[in-house]
Design a binder for this molecule. Structure first.
Ligand code: ATP
Length: 299
């Protein structure tokens, strides 16, 4: 298990990470979220042992993270760091050797991953000859070549098309099923929702929202009602308990203060024509994120 306990990081007098704690167990995918400059990269660097914590401690299976465990860690950085003059094979051999793997194991794992990512024909091509998306695949392959126990993915989908996002998703889920602990960071909340059961939202280095995603959603009082049919938005907006209402897909989304306000909206909708849908749903992570980060800024 990865344990981050009361960790703080100062750069000089500036507190970039402020007393955060979380755990990631085998097979879990944990989402670390935050606006730009919130402290995510600093946290990742401390987890990888590249930066010392100013206070608190980080352990992997109760051991401090140092060079003896780095071969169990894989990292996909936000800034891509491929050696572009090397071929894909040379790149894999380079990273695999750094992780202490035998050449034959590196090559067989590389072949397996190149097939999974649908680029076996690029094995002997130089990285600089590949498209950005394919370079991203190679970077991911090198990050997971050693089947890491702990995998850190910082914005893994940036620059990928939807088909390639699916390929990455499949592999990430497979790794988690085989027991890897995964920390996932993305500005795209819909990606975080797909994978992560537990999250933490950082703002100015502080934990402003954390825990189990399903219970965070349940506890968040505002709900949405999806409606299809002939309603008048201006009339809906005047109903007690309605926070906002706007067109959504081929219907409307109505945000209400809390679940008890549902009947106010329902009483109005009953009088309207052609109603084909009335569904109460939990808010999206994106809505909660924006509200929480906004609230914290106002404090
Ligand atoms: P982004 O989403 O933009 O990558 P982030 O959440 O990863 O942001 P960090 O890179 O961890 O944020 O930065 C957190 C804060 O620490 C920022 O205010 C940043 O300016 C500051 N910071 C980061 N690295 C250093 C450094 N080496 N020296 C001084 N301040 C730093």
């Amino acid at each position: 298990m990865l344990k981050v306990e009361n960790v703080t990081k100062y750069y000089g007098d500036f507190k970039a990470v402020d007393n955060i704690s979380f755990e990631v167990k085998e097979g879990e995918i944990f989402g670390l979220l935050g606006v730009n400059g919130a402290g995510k990269t600093t946290t990742f660097r401390m987890i990888m042992g590249l930066l010392e914590c100013s206070e608190g401690k980080i352990t992997l299976d109760d051991k401090k993270i140092d060079y003896s465990v780095t071969d169990q860690i894989g990292f996909l950085t936000e800034e891509r760091s491929l050696l572009t003059k090397l071929t894909v094979k040379e790149q894999c051999l380079y990273y695999g050797t750094l992780k202490g793997m035998k050449e034959e194991d590196i090559l067989s794992r590389m072949d397996e991953l190149l097939v999974k990512f649908e680029i076996p024909e690029y094995k002997n091509k130089k990285i600089k000859e590949l498209s950005k998306g394919n370079q991203q695949k190679v970077q991911f392959i090198t990050a997971v070549i050693n089947r890491p126990r702990l995998l850190i993915l910082d914005e893994p989908f940036s620059g990928l098309d939807p088909l390639n996002i699916e390929l990455f998703k499949k592999e990430i889920i497979e790794l988690s099923k085989s027991g890897s602990m995964i920390i996932f960071s993305s500005h795209r909340m819909e990606h975080v929702e797909l994978f992560c059961k537990k999250i933490m939202v950082l703002l100015n280095g502080k934990d402003v929202l954390s825990g189990d995603l399903a219970s965070i959603k349940k506890k968040y009082r505002k709900k949405n009602i999806l409606i299809k049919g002939d309603i008048v938005l201006d009339e809906i907006r005047k109903i007690e308990g309605v926070v906002d209402a706007y067109p959504f897909n081929d219907g409307y989304k109505v945000q209400i203060e809390n679940i008890d306000m549902t009947s106010n909206v329902f009483n109005y909708v009953k009088k309207c024509n052609n109603i084909t849908e009335f569904v109460v749903e939990e808010p999206s992570l994106n809505e909660i994120f924006i509200a929480k980060v906004g609230e914290a800024y106002e404090k």
